[in-house]
Write a new protein. Structure first.
Length: 354
């Protein structure tokens, strides 16, 4: 190669490096500017997660900080045992009944402060009872069951309340949530449950990079908020289409019937009831179906099997328009308060906490 050619190649490399450096500096300046303006990452809630090989993810103990979306700004504190709750111990007080509440972001308290959550309201309604918030954002029934078996029984609850939201039925079928992967239970033809996908994948390097951007980059948050179609596409990429399809194949292998998701969810709840009963506790399912037919089928199936079920949609005064955060699907403070009152009345009426 001639001296002239080497000189041109060197100049090209320098120019490319300068362009890349300028781009990086511009992005960093833009990131700082939007943060100063008050914008945050789109999925700020995942800052409270850590990888768990069995559950997929769990809450980071002793972590606290703001959690915000365009619709709200709240403050979250995780206790030493990894719950969004007051500091608790596994041992319960002799003179108090203990209620353990399982669920996803509705129980966790997405969009409300700790004192406004269902569990805090329930504890205020039920004098002499201790109510523990075991909700984790995006958990499905499989994860709730596994957590109950591994961790929940250590709290020695007298009553386990499992809040079933309509999307839990789909969550029991899919493996991905914002770069995290969940375990999958397969319902076999003999009625038994088989755990698959454990240890849960930590994702590829590409998954981890995207997850990091969604979790920490305010610029990425703005991009996702500005284009709903792009948001969906980005989420599917984070989920990992291969993992998602594999999860669906795993489900289908359990049964060829169209009602498989319903039967799977019923079987998971029945197993949770067995775990509770084996530890001298009762189980109450609180269902929020919002007209979803699969969720309604689950409720009917559980009721036919003698499971105690409270369906909030059928309650007088239950109005999603007044109980949901505007532009979101989660309960506001009024929604949490009404749900707590309804659960309290149901517990007392059915003597579930003698």
């Amino acid at each position: 190669m001639s001296v002239s050619s080497r000189s041109k190649l060197r100049d090209l490399a320098v120019n490319v490096a300068l362009v890349l450096l300028s781009t990086v500096i511009a992005v960093l300046i833009a990131e700082m500017a939007v943060r100063i303006a008050g914008f945050r990452s789109m999925y700020a809630g995942t800052q409270f997660f850590q990888y768990d090989p069995t559950l997929g993810w769990r809450l980071l103990p002793n972590l606290e900080g703001p959690f915000e979306r365009p619709q709200f700004r709240t403050y979250v504190k995780i206790n030493q045992l990894g719950l969004r709750d007051r500091d608790r111990s596994y041992e319960k007080q002799q003179d108090k009944k203990r209620i353990l509440v399982l669920g996803d972001s509705f129980v966790w308290g997405y969009g409300v402060n700790a004192e406004e959550t269902l569990t805090r309201r329930l504890e205020a309604e039920l004098a002499g009872a201790e109510v523990i918030n075991a909700g984790v954002t995006a958990y499905g029934t499989t994860q709730e069951l596994l957590w109950l078996e591994r961790e929940g029984v250590k709290y020695h609850p007298d009553l386990v309340v499992l809040v079933l939201y309509k999307n839990d039925i789909l969550d029991n079928l899919t493996q991905g949530y914002n770069g995290y992967y969940r375990p999958i239970m397969v319902l076999k033809d003999d009625g038994s449950l088989q755990l698959t996908g454990v240890p849960c994948s930590q994702g590829s390097l590409k998954d981890k990079l995207r997850k990091w951007l969604v979790r920490y980059s305010a610029l990425t948050g703005i991009a996702l908020r500005s284009n709903f179609r792009f948001l969906l596409s980005f989420d599917r990429t984070i989920f990992g289409s291969a993992a998602l399809e594999q999860g669906r194949e795993n489900m289908a292998s359990g049964s060829k019937h169209d009602d498989y998701p319903v039967r799977l969810t019923i079987a998971l709840v029945e197993q949770a009831r067995k775990v509770a009963q084996d530890h001298a506790a009762r189980l109450l399912v609180v269902a929020v179906c919002h007209g979803d037919s699969s969720c309604t089928d689950v409720v009917q199936g559980l009721t036919s099997k003698g499971v105690s079920v409270l369906e909030l949609d059928n309650l007088k005064g239950y109005s999603p328009a007044d109980m949901i955060i505007p532009g979101d699907e989660h309960w506001n403070a009024a929604g949490h308060a009404l749900a707590a009152k309804a659960i309290t009345d149901f517990i007392k009426k059915n003597d579930l906490l003698p």
